[in-house]
Design a protein around this ligand. Structure first.
Ligand code: SAM
Length: 342
């Protein structure tokens, strides 16, 4: 399938009210997933009717409009991006922006289950690095966390990705009483295979039918415990994202920490997030959003779309303010991570 090129006129780049250039777009291509991780989704999630989703052609046009406006990095996520039917068509089509130099990086965040099938094709599209989410290497715990997942498939997916030449970073959500004791061995395993690992704090997003406070483990505690066992040397490595990195002296590998609740990482935020229905969120942690589907569908040209994107960027907030509501035990935001894209 051939998708249209973005308009050749070069529209004004995206600078938000705080002078931050928006160069990074994360796109949730589906809200569906083959797993039901306990901190991410309720077991009986209701998904969007398929008719509400943007088509792959529309997603391509939207992404390309952002590329024309100066976005240099695109990450497809979800839900699970690799369960969207025909997703490789979108990767193949978007890879033209890598080929012509408009895009520095095209990448994805995945749970890994479909990588045995798609890893080589992803590499052939010019994808260099991917993030794979993995919270445990214990098969029973893996099943308990993901409710539906199979560890073996994910490990085979990681093997396939590395065999295809993709650089893999592991993302691990720190869960109190679940995987906290396993974090050191996950680090040793990942670093032993040449993979960076980033530990993520649970964020209060969406009602998942579990007590958020039961899952929450401050990374300050994780880090303090790791420091008893490993030498953590501060390094300057920045990926343009919210992670702060250290080098683990004993393994030689890089370890990242994403601490939305205990550390404010918004000052340098250069990203916006698009949902699979064409809603643009200017901040993961705020409700304010812009509808891009209407201007996208209103005309074949991109002028209305560019105007809507420009207007949205004037509303990008300075930062988020996640708070786990201790009194009512409610999520800080009603929207799930699978909607905005993690
Ligand atoms: N399905 C893909 C995957 O598993 O990576 C992409 C989407 S998933 C929503 C992206 C990341 O968000 C995963 O690493 C997941 O563990 C993380 N995540 C989901 N809900 C979260 C929450 N409430 N707090 C912190 N991280 C969360």
């Amino acid at each position: 399938m051939e998708f249209e090129r973005a308009a050749s006129v070069h529209p004004a780049p995206l600078i938000d009210p705080f002078g931050r250039a928006i160069a990074y777009l994360r796109v949730s291509v589906t809200d569906r997933c083959d797993f039901r991780c306990v901190y991410c989704m309720a077991e009986d999630m209701t998904f969007l009717p398929k008719a509400d989703l943007l088509s792959l052609e529309e997603l391509d046009r939207l992404c390309s409009a952002f590329v024309a406006k100066g976005v240099r990095k695109l990450r497809l996520t979800g839900g699970e991006p690799l369960v969207r039917r025909g997703i490789m068509t979108l990767f193949r089509s978007l890879s033209r922006h890598l080929a012509d130099g408009a895009l520095d990086e095209l990448t994805l965040t995945t749970n890994g289950s479909q990588l045995p099938k798609y890893a080589s094709e992803l590499a052939a599209c010019g994808i260099k690095r991917i993030n794979v989410s993995l919270d445990t290497r214990d098969a029973d715990k893996f099943r308990a966390i993901t409710r539906w997942g199979e560890l073996d498939k994910v490990l085979a997916g990681i093997d396939a990705a590395q065999a295809a030449g993709l650089s893999v970073k592991i993302n691990t959500v720190a869960l109190k009483g679940v995987n906290e004791d396993e974090i050191p061995s996950l680090i040793e395993w990942a670093h032993g295979r040449g993979m960076d690992l980033t530990v993520i704090e649970v964020m209060p997003l969406g009602d998942v039918g579990e007590q958020r406070l039961d899952q929450y483990l401050p990374l300050s505690m994780v880090r303090a415990r790791l420091a008893e066992r490993f030498t953590l040397d501060e390094i300057d490595h920045r990926t343009g994202g919210p992670a702060r990195y250290v080098r683990v002296k004993e393994t030689g590998g890089r370890l990242g920490f994403i601490t939305p609740l205990t550390h404010n990482f918004c000052e340098s935020c250069n990203r916006v997030r698009l949902t699979c229905t064409g809603t643009l969120y200017m901040c993961l942690g705020q409700e304010d959003a812009a509808d891009l589907r209407t201007p996208l569908r209103a005309s074949e040209g991109n002028e209305l779309l560019y105007a809507a994107i420009d207007e949205a960027i004037t509303r990008k907030p300075k930062g988020h303010d996640f708070v786990i509501d201790r009194r009512h035990k409610r999520p800080a935001l009603s929207r799930h991570m699978s909607v905005t894209g993690g």
